[in-house]
Structure formats: structure tokens, C-alpha cells
Ligand binder design. Structure first.
Ligand SMILES: [Zn+2]
Length: 126
């Protein structure tokens, strides 16, 4: 994975908020990027990079999961379980990563899915 355009990202409700290496912030949806380049050319380096690195897939998965209303306690428990799993697999994490991954966990999420998500996230969070 060779990232030249996206420095970091966070998955928000149905879109990605990204920070580019030049320090600008953009919003990427399943089909668009908010940068000027995308406005002119209908494609851009951010959107291409997000697609090539599975981030658009991540968005599609997020939208297809059923949103549950969880209490703050339940969310904290999920985050703690997530941290334990990542620690067990020697994956270093940041709060940003945990906050990105946690909303995507469902009852059918397998540990290996979590590890795969964490690996994608890690590249961008560092
Ligand atoms: Zn862009």
C-alpha cells in the first residue's frame, strides 16, 4: 500500500473525512470527493486512493449494517473488547482507530474481519 494523498481518515456517518498530506480536509462519499479536482474531472487522487485501498468498500459495508442504538456503557464494552483483541494480536491502535472500527462491529463480525479493518485503519491513522 503506497499512500501519497491521504494522510489520515475517519469513517463518519456514510462518508469519510480525510486529511490530505497538504493539510486540507475533504469529505469522500461512495461516489464523490469534495475537493476542487473532483469537481472538474469527476475523479481525483483522494477518491482513487480511497477506492484502491478498500475505503469505499468500508463505507458500503458501514451503510449496510443495521444501526443499533447502544448505551454509552455498551459502546465502552465494545471498545474495551476491541482493544483487548488488537492487543492480543500485537496490533498497536489509537483512539481514532477504535472509534472508527467500533461502529462497524456487528454480531456477525469475525475476529479476522476486525484485524483486517484494523490493518487498513492503522496505515491511515499513523
Ligand atoms: Zn479529492
Amino acid at each position: 500500500m503506497d499512500l501519497k494523498h491521504i494522510k489520515s481518515f475517519i469513517v463518519e456517518d456514510g462518508h469519510l473525512s480525510i486529511e490530505s498530506f497538504s493539510g486540507s480536509n475533504y469529505i469522500i462519499t461512495k461516489t464523490t470527493c469534495s475537493c476542487k479536482g473532483f469537481g472538474f474531472r469527476r475523479t481525483c487522487s483522494h477518491f482513487k486512493e480511497a477506492t484502491e485501498n478498500g475505503l469505499i468498500t468500508l463505507l458500503q459495508q458501514q451503510q449496510s449494517t443495521i444501526k443499533l442504538t447502544l448505551s454509552p456503557t455498551a459502546i465502552k464494552m465494545r471498545k474495551d473488547a476491541l482493544k483487548k483483541l488488537l492487543t492480543k494480536h500485537n496490533i498497536t491502535f489509537t483512539e481514532n482507530m477504535i472509534n472508527t472500527i467500533e461502529p462497524q462491529l456487528t454480531i456477525s463480525t469475525k475476529p479476522e474481519d476486525v484485524i483486517a479493518l484494523a490493518k487498513i485503519c492503522k496505515v491511515f491513522a499513523n
